[in-house]
Structures are given as structure tokens and as C-alpha cells.
Design a protein around this ligand. Structure first.
Ligand code: ARG
Length: 265
């Protein structure tokens, strides 16, 4: 095809299409065709993770992560729906196309980066040990070496404990959620639990009868939470990062943080 045709034929076609629309004697459509339904982005969330995500009495999911995601969705102009999702196998839900986004106090790790893409970090965390008040022996992580330790399966807590006790150690007890692991500690099924600091603290504050105390260890690496998207979904990832930067710049993020964690130190 000549250069002329390539450049002008489509333009001519468009012009005639437009003029056809304007013909007076043609019936004018009564109502505009319904706009295609806006995509609803499915957000996977494991909701036994207060204060980040928890189910309230009305069975709605609430928490810091939920507020952040809602604010973010508004900022970037997308509609989101939270879908309860088990943490075990969490990341597969993106690849399978069953979720578009994941938020759930997810630590960004190199291993996970091989299967999903992460936003810029939005929260800093670290592991924290919980033991019974009456247990005065545990002073540091190393003291757990000979003890039975509860973790939430497939979390970074699980990983650090594996590094201390060995991957297949019979002394690691894996539970489906962090509150279940802490319950197990309360009832004496394990001697200690290792989990995300804010979640352990939240549990102890809200369960004063649990009689647990925390032990921190400077050897635990800093962890950073990120929002995960399907690998290669750069378009959504860029939106998320831009939206998050805007939430930080306009003070919304700090406002949400203050509600859950107090004002910035
Ligand atoms: N930050 C830890 C991790 O990424 C624990 C996350 C657990 N989150 C949850 N909603 N249960 O492994």
C-alpha cells in the first residue's frame, strides 16, 4: 500500500463514520448504550491479622491495610473488593488470575519477588518473640533453640525459626494463623511464638488474660511490607506506587497510621 493510503485512508474512514453519525434523518439512539461495567479489582486479604486486617462483627474486613487500600483505590480511581484468602499459597492466587492485588502485612522478600511484583514498601516491621509471662528463661532468639516454637505457616516468622531450628525440625509447630499460634502458646502447646511485632503486641493488648510477654532480638532483620500484583502487571504496579506516593504526600497515609499506631515518633 502506498504511503498515502496508509496515512489517509484510516482518516477518511473515520471522517465518513463521524459524518454518518450526524445525519439528520437517521434515528437518534434514545439512551446512550450502558457504559461497560468498570473493572472491580479483587484484593486478596488474610483477615486474622489485626491490626492490619481483621473481620468485624458484621463480617466486614477492617484494619490498617484495609484503610490504606481503600484510600489508595480512591486515589488511583479503581474499585476494589476484598476477598478473604488463606495466607498459605497466597501468592498463587495472583498468578492464577483469581486476585489482582494482595495486601496483608506481606513482607517483601527476594524469594517472593520471583513470583510476584511488589509495590514500594509502605510499612516497617520485624519479628518478635512471645512467651508465657512465667517463662523467665527466654531472653533472646537463640534461647528458643531447644524449645517448641509456634509460627504461622509460610510466613517470614516460619522462615527465621527454620533458620534456627532446621527446616524439618519437629519443634516447629505451624498454625494457619498467627492468633492460632498465640492461642497454642497460651494453652501450653508450644513454648514460644515468633511473628510480626505489631500483630503480637496487638494480641497481647487485646487479650490481657493471655499472660504473655514479648522478647525482641536485635538480630531479627528489618522487614518491609508491600502490596503484591501479578508478575509483569507494570501498569497496575505503577498506579499503586504513584497512588501511595500521593497518599504519603497529602498526609492521608500518616492519618491512617496514627489511627492504628499512634502519631509518628
Ligand atoms: N509479614 C509476614 C510475612 O509476610 C507475615 C504476614 C502474615 N500476614 C497475614 N495476613 N497473615 O510472611
Amino acid at each position: 500500500m502506498s504511503k498515502f493510503f496508509k496515512q489517509f485512508v484510516p482518516v477518511l474512514a473515520l471522517v465518513s463514520a463521524l459524518s454518518a453519525c450526524g445525519k439528520k434523518d437517521e434515528p437518534v439512539a434514545q439512551a446512550p448504550a450502558a457504559a461497560p461495567a468498570a473493572k472491580v479489582y479483587l484484593v486478596g486479604v488474610e483477615s486474622a491479622y489485626a491490626p492490619f486486617s481483621a473481620e468485624n462483627e458484621q463480617k466486614n474486613v477492617v484494619g490498617f491495610d484495609i484503610d490504606v487500600m481503600k484510600a489508595l483505590a480512591q486515589k488511583i480511581g479503581i474499585e476494589v473488593k476484598f476477598v478473604p484468602t488463606p495466607f498459605e499459597g497466597f501468592f498463587n492466587f495472583l498468578a492464577q488470575g483469581d486476585r489482582d492485588l494482595l495486601i496483608s502485612a506481606i513482607t517483601i522478600t527476594d524469594e517472593r519477588k520471583q513470583t510476584v511484583d511488589f509495590s514500594e514498601p509502605y510499612f516497617e516491621a520485624s519479628q518478635l518473640i512471645a512467651v508465657a509471662d512465667s517463662n523467665t528463661k527466654v531472653q533472646k532468639f537463640d534461647d528458643l533453640k531447644t524449645l517448641k516454637v509456634g509460627v504461622q505457616s509460610a510466613t517470614t516468622g516460619d522462615e527465621v525459626v527454620q533458620n534456627l531450628l532446621g527446616k524439618n525440625s519437629a519443634n516447629i509447630k505451624r498454625l494457619d494463623s498467627t492468633p492460632l499460634a498465640l492461642k497454642e502458646l497460651e494453652t501450653g502447646g508450644v513454648d514460644a511464638v515468633v511473628a510480626d511485632d505489631a500483630v503480637v503486641k496487638n494480641y497481647i493488648t487485646n487479650n490481657p488474660s493471655s499472660k504473655l510477654r514479648t522478647v525482641s532480638d536485635a538480630g531479627f532483620p528489618k522487614e518491609y511490607y508491600g502490596i503484591a500484583v501479578r508478575k509483569g502487571n507494570t501498569e497496575l504496579l505503577n498506579k499503586v506506587n504513584k497512588g501511595m506516593a500521593d497518599l504519603k504526600a497529602d498526609g492521608t497515609f500518616d492519618k491512617i497510621s496514627a489511627q492504628y499506631f499512634g502519631a509518628k515518633k
